[in-house]
Design a protein around this ligand. Structure first.
Ligand SMILES: C[S@@+](CC[C@H](N)C(=O)[O-])C[C@H]1O[C@@H](n2cnc3c(N)ncnc32)[C@H](O)[C@@H]1O
Length: 287
């Protein structure tokens, strides 16, 4: 089957949903992932054809169904590293890369012999793994309640050749925590927990709403800081002195987050905006 013909079919069936440019970008990502064919090769050889065009037609149906391209390909990039993703894992976002960058810049301030880092709600493992890769002296722990997410995160640790201690537990329920975990002290605790309020569902794109795991995304309108409260409390006892707590946050709840960290006795609290000028992350240090 000629690739140019498939590309034409993509435009016919998808341009109205995504626009021409995005359809081209999906098409080129797919031919590279399925056949190792780059857009330049296709430009040079406009007659290029593939034996198994069925894969491209199946992906076309998935795109019509507004499934995220990352799930169709099964992989994405975060902080310059490859990550497997599937419907058990949130697709890592660029805002989260900014959080990782902030932590990497902060860590030389910590004068600890062993730097123990804990990532709560690890999902694909993107935060934990990129920290392990960029702070090779650190011992990194990654926790999630979802066995499906943890299994993917383990594959991603192997794929990126880093060693991570994985923990299956519910951060909201201390009865699910092992004694080792309860007693471990950390230099840095980081979390990008579920923070989208049910009332914000209407602001979300259907491809996110209908495909990404709701366990990773949503909290009840009445208690949007549920995870932050539990994690700040855990961090109050399990961070070493001068240890730091980093959160990705809901852009509408920056003030409430400052209040939460203040009432939990954190100091040097800093609210930070992402590149889109939205309140997106916060840091507090233990006294
Ligand atoms: C917003 S996602 C973040 C995923 C990943 N860290 C990232 O930044 O892309 C939140 C993660 O928290 C996990 N999670 C939800 N409820 C949890 C709980 N009660 N205890 C631990 N993890 C939980 C979800 O499975 C999901 O992987």
């Amino acid at each position: 089957m000629k690739l140019k013909e498939i590309q034409q079919q993509y435009h016919q069936e998808l341009d109205l949903i995504y626009g021409k440019e995005e359809v081209d970008s999906f098409f080129f990502l797919l031919i590279e992932s399925f056949y190792g064919m780059t857009r330049i090769k296709l430009a040079i050889d406009s007659e290029a054809s593939v034996e198994n065009g069925a894969k491209m037609l199946e992906a076309l149906e998935q795109l019509k169904d507004e499934q995220p391209i990352q799930y169709i390909i099964g992989e994405t990039e975060f902080f310059g590293l490859p990550f497997k993703v599937n419907p058990y894992t949130l697709i890592p976002r660029p805002e989260t890369e900014e959080l990782v960058e902030w932590i990497i810049k902060h860590q030389p301030k910590l004068n600890h012999e062993t730097l123990n880092i804990l990532d709560i709600g690890t999902g694909s493992g993107c935060i934990a793994i990129s920290l392990a890769k960029n702070i090779p002296t650190a011992k990194v722990y990654a926790l999630d309640v979802s066995p499906g997410a943890l299994s993917t995160a383990k594959q991603n640790a192997e794929l990126n050749n880093v060693s991570i201690e994985f923990i299956e537990a519910n951060i909201l329920n201390s009865e699910t925590w092992s004694d080792d975990f309860k007693n471990e002290k950390f230099s840095i605790i980081v979390s990008n927990p579920p923070y989208v309020r049910e009332q914000e569902k209407q602001l979300m794109k259907p491809n996110v709403l209908n495909n990404e795991p709701h366990l990773a995304l949503f909290v009840k309108d009445e208690n949007p800081l549920l995870f932050y409260k539990a994690i700040a409390q855990f961090a109050s006892t399990n961070l070493e002195p001068q240890g730091a707590l980093f959160f990705e946050i809901n852009e509408f709840l920056g003030r409430e987050m400052i209040h939460l960290l203040t009432t939990n006795n954190f100091v040097n609290i800093q609210l930070k905006q992402d590149i889109f000028k939205k309140d997106r992350m916060i840091k507090g240090e233990k006294n």
